[in-house]
Design a protein around this ligand. Structure first.
Ligand code: FAD
Length: 421
């Protein structure tokens, strides 16, 4: 098929990482295409029902800013909500540093930014094939009307699942086991304060013993988790034992997620006070915590992360406790020591063995424990912006991403509001 579309940079996936990568590359003045399988930007923020980006502040100062932060800040401004006062928030309750945003406004503001920056957006489009060429990567995209080829000098994989890396036979790590996924709903039609939780708990235990529900339907495997009811179904259930990195795994996790909600709905509906329970859709798909990471020219280890290693080629900060959801053991949470602010090296965004391929977001090169912290939305935004700048500069300077002068990279990121360590 004759190629008719050429881009300097193509970003695959418009989650927190990909949307920032595309805006940054386009703002750098190179032709940029953004490919997204859904009809909305935001990834887990919107389609996964988790509109809570964090963490941008550490120990009383801002450590991540730039394109993602501006979108979050403007979303709050648009909805008339002031930002929380981060200087007084207790970091032991790290989730209080996540910023709750309206996902509809956020996605609309992303679209506005794409247009302003000149990003060519392709929603409802996936990559069918990727082939390495001397001077770039040939992609076969699949749109609603069929397949068509596109050539791109650099590709940034922001799929959350390293799908393009896989197609290019780049080295990847496959997680086994994976942290569980979560299918969010909005549970309504009851007053949590009026429920007899102990009665529900013992009925739940009996139903679990009969195999009618699974403990993971409300969260952890150790029994009934009232957070499902108090948190109104948000970020609660666990769908474990599935690697959702490919379409087969994705299909299994979506179906297992809905089966879990159906079991739970049938059980809860019979409990006093829950007769009018209703589940409203607030996530189009199951949120996935972990599938694969690329093997990069550098790999962040848990030890380096916990020590706050300042890499010579650091492109951004990261800030979150190690937060591994282990289906059997429970939450492995390891807060950072006072004053520690980890960083991300440039090499973690560059494939070790595949030219012209970069990656950002939760698939950046890291070991499992480090990844459980690096995967959060603010860090994904910062690594996305860094990868977008790197890809644009490597095209402009006709040099591999690892050889882009650090001073040029810093200049571009800082000019676009980012904090570079
Ligand atoms: C249940 C849950 C709760 C969480 N809670 C929080 C929280 O409170 N705060 C926080 O900061 N983080 C939280 N996280 C982590 C965070 O949301 C994710 O790790 C982060 O969104 C990953 O960003 P990403 O851009 O790498 O990938 P994603 O958000 O997964 O985005 C990937 C995008 O790529 C698209 N895509 C995938 N494959 C293809 C393909 N082949 N072709 C085209 N497009 C494709 C997807 O549709 C999606 O839009 C949570 C995660 C989960 C699952």
């Amino acid at each position: 098929m004759k190629i008719k579309e050429y881009y300097d940079v193509t970003v695959i996936g418009a989650g927190p990482a990909g949307l920032c990568a595309a805006i940054q590359a386009a703002k750098a003045g190179v032709s940029t295409c953004l490919v997204e399988k859904n009809g909305i930007a935001g990834g887990t923020i919107t389609a996964g029902g988790i509109p809570c980006p964090g963490i941008f502040h550490a120990w009383g100062r801002q450590v991540i800013s730039g394109i993602g932060w501006e979108l979050v800040r403007r979303t709050r401004e648009e909805s008339g909500e002031p930002l929380p006062d981060f200087s007084t928030t207790n970091l032991n309750e790290h989730w209080r540093h996540q910023i709750s945003i309206d996902p509809v406004l956020f996605a609309a503001l992303c679209d506005e930014e794409f247009e302003k920056a000149g990003v060519i957006v392709k929603y409802h489009t996936m990559v069918g094939r990727a082939t390495l060429a001397d001077d770039g990567i040939e992609l076969e995209l699949c749109g609603k009307d069929g397949l068509y080829p596109v050539f791109s000098r650099r590709v940034i994989d922001c799929t959350g699942d390293a799908n393009v890396a896989r197609m290019l036979h780049a080295e990847v790590r496959v997680s086994d086991p994976c942290q569980p996924g979560t299918l969010c709903v909005y549970a309504t039609g009851y007053d949590p304060e009026k429920l007899d939780l102990e009665a529900i708990r013992s009925a739940f235990d009996a139903a679990a013993a009969r195999g009618e529900v699974s403990c993971e339907d409300t969260g952890w495997s150790n029994g009934f988790n009232p957070h499902f009811l108090f948190g109104r179904g948000n970020n609660s259930n666990h769908i474990s034992g599935i690697n959702a990195g490919d379409s087969a795994g994705r299909t299994r996790i979506e179906m297992a997620g809905r089966a879990s909600l159906l079991r739970l709905y049938r059980f809860l509906k019979k409990q006093p006070g829950l007769e009018k329970l209703a589940f409203k859709l607030n996530a189009a798909e199951c949120g996935v915590r972990e599938t694969r990471t690329i093997v990069g020219k550098a790999t962040v280890t848990a030890e380096e992360y916990a020590a706050g290693k300042r890499y010579d080629d650091a492109v951004c900060h990261a800030f979150y406790p190690i937060d591994l959801h282990d289906a059997q053991v429970g939450l492995d949470k390891r807060p950072l020591a006072p004053g520690v602010v980890p960083t991300v090296p440039r090499g973690a965004l560059i494939s070790v063995n595949t030219r012209h391929l970069l990656a950002a977001g939760r698939i950046l090169s890291s070991d499992r424990l480090a990844n459980s912290a690096l995967r959060v939305q603010a860090t994904c935004m910062a690594t996305g912006q860094a990868a977008g700048a790197l890809a644009a500069l490597s095209v402009r300077l006709r040099t591999p991403a690892e050889e882009v002068p650090a001073a040029e990279l810093r200049k571009m990121l800082e000019a676009n509001g980012a904090i570079v360590p």
